[in-house]
Write a protein that binds this ligand. Structure first.
Ligand code: LLP
Length: 418
């Protein structure tokens, strides 16, 4: 469920007409619904209430401060992946005790900032990283809390680029090494290893892969118990899929019903890291038709948004529904919906059947709240677009459109060229 709905043939976000926003701020832009954000977060919270998890929103999915603040106000923690996200989280007043930090390549600076901030734990992805954390903790004279990210070697049906749970992938520590690591944990006296972390991939619409991973976790915990090792936390990662097209993803409640028995069996405190489930369908990307082009072979709808604004179709061939913001009775047509960027990979849809549109019509690219703006770039010297948050009948620009000054900030002509 989300709050982008047609009323009187006009797409609304909650009580705001999408076309009104376009009129005021121009196109393209991202538009988020406050109510959808809260609703999706609450669905997870309610469904998993029996284990009372710490729900750490994966900031990488959407790091807009107003979006993150909305979720912090609901009691969310945060899953971060960089110093930038840590600084943003702390600026927003997030409780460090509800921040977890994963990344296969944390720098010394990131590690020491995270330790000093007193976050809940760092999710460690390799033995050398653990050695580095131990060294830094000793230097800071402050014990670091860590969870080991294990790689359960479980296949998940999703795009190869966003699968993470098999040994082909760079993520996590294989089970055998992880067990050895626990046994030799006295080698890391400045680190408290008090949790396990898994994350098997993203946009996973069924519970089976999660269950297979949980079974491996439980087996692993049993082995640890034999070694007399007890932990406090299980961070089960993110990955819950959403509807982009015709997927039939489990609801949060269905997912919880399947997975809760396993979580309960661990007797550990549960941390979750949902990203897409919360923001994916809480946001759209709005773009305007510039030209319609027919080369005798096919039709192209050329819009003012491009792959630099929303790269998911280009990068993963991801499907996003695209709808005209004003419903008309016009017959449909088949076209590629493409941006102005100078490469053929710049498309939002290929051979898509959509209602016939004309110059200046607005199109909404749906389900764009997750991994949309955060993956945008300035390719082709294009400014990043604004982000807008709607609450009820109000809307506010929560990130301004970039200007030319933003685009050239930091660039310099060296003396020897003058
Ligand atoms: N935890 C960890 C350790 C992760 O790496 C991720 C996502 C999440 C949680 C959140 O996963 P989610 O609940 O959002 O599935 N750019 C891609 C997705 C990359 C996912 C990266 N990791 C896309 O547009 O589909």
């Amino acid at each position: 469920m989300h709050d982008f709905i047609f009323k009187n043939n006009e797409l609304h976000c909650e009580a705001v007409k999408v076309s009104d926003v376009a009129e005021q701020i121009g196109t393209p832009f991202y538009l988020y619904s406050h109510h959808s954000l809260v609703d999706h977060f609450t669905k997870i919270k309610k469904a998993f209430a029996p284990v009372d998890p710490i729900i750490c929103f994966a900031m990488k999915a959407n790091g807009n401060m107003a979006v993150v603040k909305t979720l912090l106000n609901e009691g969310a923690g945060l899953d971060i992946v960089s110093k930038g996200e840590l600084e943003k989280a702390l600026t927003l007043g997030a409780d460090p005790k509800k921040i977890v930090f994963a990344s296969v390549g944390k720098t010394a600076e990131e590690i020491s900032q995270a330790i000093r901030a007193g976050i809940l734990f760092l999710n460690v992805e390799s033995v050398p990283e653990l050695e580095e954390i131990n060294r830094i903790s000793q230097k800071l004279n402050q014990k670091a809390r860590v969870a080991l990210r294990i790689n359960p070697d479980v296949e998940a049906p999703t795009h190869s680029f966003i699968k993470t749970g098999t040994l082909e992938k760079k993520f996590g520590i294989d089970l055998r090494s992880a067990r050895r690591l626990f046994k030799s944990r006295s080698r890391f006296p400045f680190v408290t290893i008090n949790g396990l972390h898994i994350h098997i991939g993203s946009q996973i619409t069924e519970s089976q892969p999660f269950i297979r991973a949980m079974k491996k976790v439980i087996e692993f915990l049993q082995a640890l118990r034999k070694d007399n090792i007890r932990l406090e936390y299980l961070d089960m990662g993110g990955g819950m899929g959403i509807i982009y097209k015709d997927e039939k993803p489990q609801t949060a409640q269905e997912f919880a019903n399947r997975i809760l028995p396993y979580l309960e069996q661990t007797q550990l405190k549960i941390v979750m890291e949902p990203g897409r489930f919360i923001v994916g369908n809480a946001g759209i990307f709005v773009t305007k038709v510039l030209y319609i082009k027919d080369n005798g072979f096919k039709k192209f709808v050329i819009v003012d948004g491009g792959m630099n604004d929303l790269i998911r179709p280009s990068l993963y061939h991801a499907y996003h529904e695209i709808v005209p913001v004003k419903k008309t009775k016009s017959p449909s047509m088949k076209a590629d919906i493409v941006g102005p960027v100078c490469e053929s990979g710049d498309f939002f849809a290929k051979d898509r059947r959509i209602p016939r549109v004309k110059k200046d019509d607005l199109l909404a690219v749906m389900s764009a709240g997750a991994y949309g703006y955060v993956m945008a770039s300035n390719y082709n010297m294009r400014p990043r677009v604004p982000e807008v948050l709607v609450k009820g009948d109000r809307f506010e620009v929560v990130k301004e459109r970039e200007t030319f000054a933003d685009l050239i900030r930091g660039e310099r002509i060296p003396e020897f060229l003058k």
